[in-house]
Design a protein around this ligand. Structure first.
Ligand SMILES: *Cc1c(COP(=O)(O)O)cnc(C)c1O
Length: 303
């Protein structure tokens, strides 16, 4: 197996006339990257002689599903994944995360009740999107990389920005950055925006993982409500613009909402430097991009 490229690199990008730092967690490994590599790090690095099989559930194009299929393949485990429904067109023409997971040997179960806790110690059960305490191990490493980089570069006040799904990454990142900087002059503030539900949903997610609210990230949201997985013109336009100006391919599901929030809230006015966390997810673009192209062909011609 190819080694994980951690610490991941930090680059400087310029977008709409302003400079940002970009932490490239998408560069950790060609197949096992982004925040899922951080969240599943515990099971990649530890010793688990009893585990034979991974069981999880969620959407049929989930980034977490794809990363788990890679993890299972790397470790020689079976991978069973439960979904509500696989559309017939997708079954006939697999694409994106679904195709990649199939190629890694994932066995899909449709409309079957998932039996949590069954199968004993041979079975590793992973919550949807990897929302569970084991995720903290890899995210603690990420926090350490960020704070050490901040220290080396003499950045007193740093805002780390990232869009959230379950909020697991943002929560454990803020918690560990706070603990690491508790006795130093550095401030490391984690700011996020909800992509799946609203701010209340996101805070409920935080509460499930950490009871001390002082360790929670700051949640900001856009005025307009966006629904997860829906295609918005302003999202695609922003994504194309990001690519044109920075040369970086961002994810199409979370990052447009992230950058939109950053702009709407004028994050640069909060003082200090901004570090945007690239959380990977590019395999998912294989299915999102054709949908965007079909829906807004005129934007492709503009760029
Ligand atoms: C999974 C994922 C997220 C959301 O991560 P959470 O820890 O669930 O908040 C954000 N961006 C990308 C690219 C992802 O794959």
């Amino acid at each position: 197996m190819q080694k994980l490229a951690i610490p991941s690199p930090v680059e400087r990008i310029r977008f709409e006339g302003r400079e940002y730092f970009l932490k490239r967690d998408d560069r950790i490994h060609p197949d096992f990257s982004g925040n899922k590599a951080r969240k599943f790090y515990h099971w990649l690095e530890g010793e688990f002689p009893d585990i034979r099989k991974v069981v999880s559930y969620g959407s049929v194009q989930s980034n977490a599903m794809y990363s788990l299929s890679v993890l299972a393949k790397m470790r020689g485990w079976e991978f069973a994944y439960f979904v509500d429904h696989i559309p017939t067109w997708l079954r006939k023409n697999p694409i994106g995360n679904y195709r990649a997971a199939l190629e890694n040997g994932t066995v899909f179960y449709e409309k079957t009740d998932i039996k949590k806790g069954k199968g004993g110690k041979e079975v590793l059960f992973v919550e949807e999107g990897g929302r569970q305490p084991e995720a903290e191990e890899g995210i603690r490493l990420l926090a350490r990389e960020i704070v050490e980089w901040q220290e080396r570069n003499g950045i007193e006040v740093l805002t780390v920005f990232l869009p959230s799904g379950t909020g697991t990454t943002a929560l454990y990142l803020q918690k560990n950055c706070s603990l690491l900087t508790a006795h130093s002059s550095l401030t490391t503030k984690v700011v996020t925006t909800p992509c799946v539900g609203d701010a209340r949903y996101l805070r409920r997610q935080f509460a499930m993982l950490e009871s001390d609210e002082k360790l929670w990230p700051t949640v900001l949201d856009t005025r307009k409500k966006y629904h997860f997985g829906k295609l918005y013109r302003e999202f695609y336009r922003l994504w194309l613009e990001l690519y044109r100006q920075t040369g970086v391919e961002f994810d199409l599901l979370y990052d447009p909402k992230g950058w939109l929030t950053l702009f709407e809230k004028k994050m640069w006015e909060s003082g200090g430097e901004i570090l945007y966390l690239h959380q990977g997810g590019l395999k998912g673009n294989e299915s999102m991009l054709p949908r965007y192209r079909r829906k807004y062909p005129e934007l492709d011609n503009e760029f």
